[in-house]
Design a protein around this ligand. Sequence first.
Ligand code: G1P
Length: 291
Amino acid sequence: MIKKAILPVAGLGTRFLPASKSIPKEMVTVVDRPAIEYVVREAVAAGIEQIILVTHSSKASIENYFDRNFELETTLEQKNKTDLLKEITEILPAGVSVISVRQPQPLGLGHAVLCAKAVIGDDDFAVLLPDVLVKDQDPENDLARMIQRYAQSRASQIMVEAVPEHLVDQYGIVEVAASPEEGESIVMQGIVEKPAVGTAPSNLSVVGRYILPAKIMQLLEQTPRGAGNEIQLTDAIAMLQQTEAVEAYRMKGQTFDCGSKLGYLKAVLHYGIDHPKLGSEFKALIQELAL
Ligand code: G1P
């Protein structure tokens, strides 16, 4: 039922400089593929068929990555490199398309989502923030569970995880009567963007995965600038929550903030040891270095 996903990729990645100076931060490699591929895979695994990139002129390499490359494919074919050929042609599974729209000015996450309004039309949709990689423990991923829950309750789903109290000012934070179990959703009473430490309504932070109704676009059009003088998606969700139930979904998987250097290194370690071909040797290497 939820078939469209917005991936805002227009940000310049200042937290990841110098690596992100001349390549998009989303194209920085995690093991053997760009970070953005993990996010697209997560969306596709949850049943998404249309990926909408909200992008910037400096980020054409993301679109190129999800396009076919005839010259490369022909060369690999001529050289009989069938495994590699298969790998590069299967980056995007059949039936999944990528569309891009531009965010002409850096006016915030809410504004980025609003830039996709014409492509969304009347369809409800997912939003995935590509800085955060979500590594799932179960074959059925958290996003798929949020979509199922949305189908049952018709309440928007906001993925959350617990963070230490001193970090609440880096995230959207939800207000709930009680913390839901992992893998469960609960109606939330409020949501606030980057509250000062000591003022947050809980320690449940917004991870960057949302299932939202098409009508949030109208609310985004009315959303004034908020935290950081930007149009915040969190503020539009707070408005939505005044008129209908919005639920916080507590994730089961593990997050890696690839927008930060340490989070990125952590992701490389975790995805590296789970890699089907490199995993065991990589693990041995880590053990060797740890001695
Ligand atoms: C954005 C959202 C915030 C969320 C965070 C997750 O903030 O506005 O609510 O908690 O992503 O990474 P940003 O990190 O873009 O400042």
